[in-house]
Design a protein around this ligand. Sequence first.
Ligand code: GLN
Length: 486
Amino acid sequence: MADLAHAGVAELGRLLEQRQVSAVELAQLMLSRIEKHRDLNAFLDVRPEVTLAQAKAADERRARGETGALLGVPIAHKDIFVTRDWASTASSKILGGYMSPFDATVVDNLARAGMVCLGKLNCDEFAMGSSNENSAYGNVLNPWDKGAVPGGSSGGSSAAVAARLAPVATATDTGGSIREPAAFSGITGTKPTYGRPSRWGMIAFASSLDTAGLMTRSAEDCALVFNEMLGFDAKDSTSLDAPREDFTRHLNDPLDGLKIGVPREFFGEGLQPDVERAVRAALAEYEKLGARLVDISLPNAELGIPVYYVVAPAECSSNLARFDGVRYGHRAARYDDLIDMMKRSRSEGFGPEPKRRILIGTYVLSHGYYDAYFIKAMQVRRLIADDFARAFRQCDVIASPVTTSVAFGFGEKTTDPVAMYLADLYTVPGSLAGVPSMSVPCGFGGKGRPVGLQLMADHLQEARLLGVAHRYQQATDWHRRLPEGF
Ligand code: GLN
């Protein structure tokens, strides 16, 4: 059974189809691995009886003759998606033990396809962070090096997939939270076009940026799961009414003549030599596969971090207003009156990072500062999106590093929020533009820690993007490397 733990989604689907393994056996195997590697702290809520009931139902569907690439394949969900059968906390004390009356659309879509949920995954509180050190429920360890962070905010998702505790995990990306942890954990992380996955039931952080996506071993696995996960949802007012499509259809397209834009601003000061070396080697591999590198410029990308840290806090200050001790989650035990109850509930329930952002957000939205900060940030956001539009007239995909360095150690950046924010230097611009983007394992840097290659494509071009990544993964084996002890 050991090898089964290392199989990806595509392979597990085939094995289930051929009755070489049952969904129940797979779920048991994964649950035992989750138990064995509890020290990683990747999971926040595991309920074997619910998982096994779902697995049994999947086996029954197969027994009745139903088929489907995902029927019976295990998955785990980032604790930003609400679930009826597992607690939904956003890794915050303010939602400790909260049971949602419904499932998020993403969770529901995948359950309908027969995927078996293994439980909920640790993350930064309300998805705010780059190292998973902001979770109210403790740090997640990086399976490649337990002294390193797994990245954030989807650190539980990336660690679980890297450690083979699940073949696939959902994640969310607002400014980099899929790509950065995927890079730090040596797995494939994909953020689709903003609006393509439903936000219904995704606990809101910054609504104009929040995008659900996946952590997988490979681009092919991601394409298979996207087929069931993405689609229009009338319950989400920003859902894109794009036609359903088969995300596997470009997997085997040749790369001859593909134009890969290499933005010079993403190879400048701050980029560590070990990361640059691995990324340049990946670009050379692409040239061998027939692609052509084109020098491009994203001149406003360097404004991404300041723009993001106005827009995201502004939106979160509004979204987090709903946690007031009245409707959801934690309510202070002692208080004088209504205002005091709200104040105490929020003071006790939120951790330091959400508090910092609520303060910044409230400030930039306040009378007198709104034009100077918020409106200005929105204007620059437009310039950044225009940079991408211009670049995609010169090239088919954009390639860059995901991060400036490999995974850092615990505590290295926690005392300096700005240093932490800079972990997303290369991922934030794509988020502000809303384009699909992914991190693909492309080697190892200092201390044997993984390096990720970022690939970005124009809006709605995720099928092509996944194909470009798949070709690379056929030619290399970085995505198949396994951390020692797993
Ligand atoms: N690290 C960024 C932040 O702290 C991005 C987080 C995310 O994408 N959810 O906001």
